[in-house]
Design a protein around this ligand. Sequence first.
Ligand code: EPS
Length: 403
Amino acid sequence: MIRFLTAGESHGKALTTIVEGFPSNLKIDIDFLNLQMKRRQSGYGRGLRMKIETDTAEILSGVRFGKTLGSPVSMLIKNKDWDNWLDKMRIESKSAGIEKITIPRPGHADLVGISKYNFDDIRNSIERSSARETAARVAAASIARIFLAQFGISIGSFVESIGGVYPDNNFAENLFNNDLPKNFVGWNLSEKADKSDVRVLELKQEKKIIDKIKLAKKKGDTLGGTFYAVATGVPVGLGTFVHYDKKLDAEIAQSIMSINAVKAVSIGTGFQSAEKFGSESHDEIILKNGILTRKTNRAGGIEGGISTGLPIIVRGAMKPIATLMSPIESVELKTMRKIDARRERSDFVAVPACAVISESMLAWTLAEFFIVKFGGDSIEETKDNFNNYTKKLYSRIKKNFSK
Ligand code: EPS
């Protein structure tokens, strides 16, 4: 089993993560890791904080001469903004003159946080519930991506819509129809999407979205959107139908839903499939180049909680950022009187970043299931186990059924 833990407050000194369970001898490409950190900071519509930070992960343990040792990998991501928060975020007792935050913002963890943890200052909720924590997740999951790449598993994402602005031609249809460019891999989507300021695949749509974000900014408002994460090269057989908590689709849904502000997740054609006939929803089984596969991929690469070998297609929806510069109604907790919600520096739109983070969360979950299935203390051992399984898969099916 692999696991990771993150620690750190948004305006504290640093974020840290400890990643455990990856085999030894895995070559760590630190440039790749920091590229993912940079990608997470991207996108038109982000706030001033991203101008302050240049997120990089410093590896503190678990790697020697560029390769994993099998011991926990710990990483540090410094918050440059910490310098501006020394008094407000002191570890030691409070200095004089620090004001408490007493007006909760609707849609944030402000009110639930102070209710649950018995705080007298909303700042205590804001700090850890901030999406800044996802920087540590991206660092941790980069190890998972590097590991998966060893087995030809590639992950990418794109933004489908922001503020209800969809593309004329949605690439998701190509994914569902299994109508993909030759040698297509998941990362190709990110390569294309990263060229756009809002990580969409269509130029015309990009322009319309930027106009809509400008309108939101002008109004002091925010926007959400939808995105896809896609993994290619996933072998048949990750996950199981045997236990509710070991189904691949269920665990992917959990990991994507755990990203801040995500309110919906679906796999394959998801909600759309509920409106169709069965004959329009399922993927016909065919024999192609001696391999059993499917004509289409409406199932999004998972049947019965198990990967089918086709691309894993995940769609997520992010709600609009909850901090509004033209605030909606709240209650001042000192007086219990009606008041406008508090303004706080924030993003206007973070859907492009959310899509990048979804790649990380998908990678993490796939690596988790991959290691459960193939195990191994060294990468060489994992490769042997993987090759043994995949090479014999079809000959075993043939043999079993030809008797
Ligand atoms: C974020 C850092 C935060 C926000 C954003 C994500 O920085 P600050 O609060 O200092 O402006 O930009 O967080 C949120 C939108 C949120 O709701 O918490 C980051 O590093 O991704």
